[in-house]
Design a protein around this ligand. Sequence first.
Ligand SMILES: Cc1cc2nc3c(=O)[nH]c(=O)nc-3n(C[C@H](O)[C@H](O)[C@H](O)COP(=O)(O)OP(=O)(O)OC[C@H]3O[C@@H](n4cnc5c(N)ncnc54)[C@H](O)[C@@H]3O)c2cc1C
Length: 323
Amino acid sequence: MTDLYDITIIGGGPVGLFAAFYAHLRQAKVKIIDSLHQLGGQPAMLYPEKTILDVPAFMHVSGQELIEYLKQQLSPFDTTVCLNETVEAIHQSENFFNIQTSTSSHVSKTVIIAMGLGAFKPRTLDLDGIHTFKNIYYHVQNQQQFANQHVVVLGGGDSAVDWALSFEKTTRSITLIHRREEFRALEHSVQTLHNSSVSVYTPYLPTRLIGKGDTLTHLELTKVRTTDTLTIPVDSLFVNYGFHSSIGNLKDWGLTLNRHKICVNTKQETSIPGIYAIGDCCTYDGKIDLIATGLGEAPTAVSNALHFINPKSRIQPMHSTSL
Ligand SMILES: Cc1cc2nc3c(=O)[nH]c(=O)nc-3n(C[C@H](O)[C@H](O)[C@H](O)COP(=O)(O)OP(=O)(O)OC[C@H]3O[C@@H](n4cnc5c(N)ncnc54)[C@H](O)[C@@H]3O)c2cc1C
């Protein structure tokens, strides 16, 4: 039998991370499930370098720094984190909720949905044979495994440029391909790229995957608005076209929605008792989608979830002076 948790949080963005921290302060047993391979939600995936000005107590903090601080704040506690799992359904049993994900199922006394704009998925390369070849990747886990290879990176944003520069130190050759002349990356990174040994092809598009069995061996490129093609060798291909988010089958979860947002009351309760929603995924009169707003909603949801589990539990917490 899977372990029963007090609170399972769907989504490990800033709001889900803070909700987990606060739940630990209230001594709850907590699990976070996220569809991505990493925690952090929009700040980590969409704007890691951008400076955020409107989070309390931080004059200037980048998206990635904010997430690192939230993870550090959570780190003294024992949180179960399940990554690469997309929640697809929540079923109610007598005493708990059964949460079905793309890969397994979880049981929890209460659920806090902090799924933001929805599950992030990498934008995929749309070419014949894309599902045949095993050496096409959408994120890097262990860079060392690509040492001595011909590595090709597709994309023109910060992340594509950063990967290319990072691979430069470890791989046999590294090629970066972008469909525009200009990169959409930090000026300093672009300057470093132009001074590096990375082979840069702009404006080029990948037009054909060539391989043997399940291994991609070559990539055909076509210069944009021409018929000029060239073929380059590939040992590993990294696609870095960014992410898109999807709320999936949220409308089948049995919750009252307003468009694609979950309706909550002032206790962050959804239309199903025991299920709460916070952050960008929820809506109420006057709701604003900001990190600060979502962070404020988290303690409300946690306190009411614990009161749901144990009606004797205080909604207004005792104030502690030490962890
Ligand atoms: C470019 C940009 C700049 C911004 N700048 C600012 C700013 O300066 N200040 C500010 O306050 N706000 C800013 N925002 C808004 C801010 O990022 C959001 O308000 C905030 O990220 C909401 O946090 P969240 O935790 O609710 O959701 P998210 O950050 O979206 O995190 C949700 C998490 O849930 C996961 N998830 C979703 N569906 C599922 C599922 N079915 N199963 C499992 N996991 C799932 C996702 O993978 C994701 O990790 C900006 C947004 C953008 C796009």
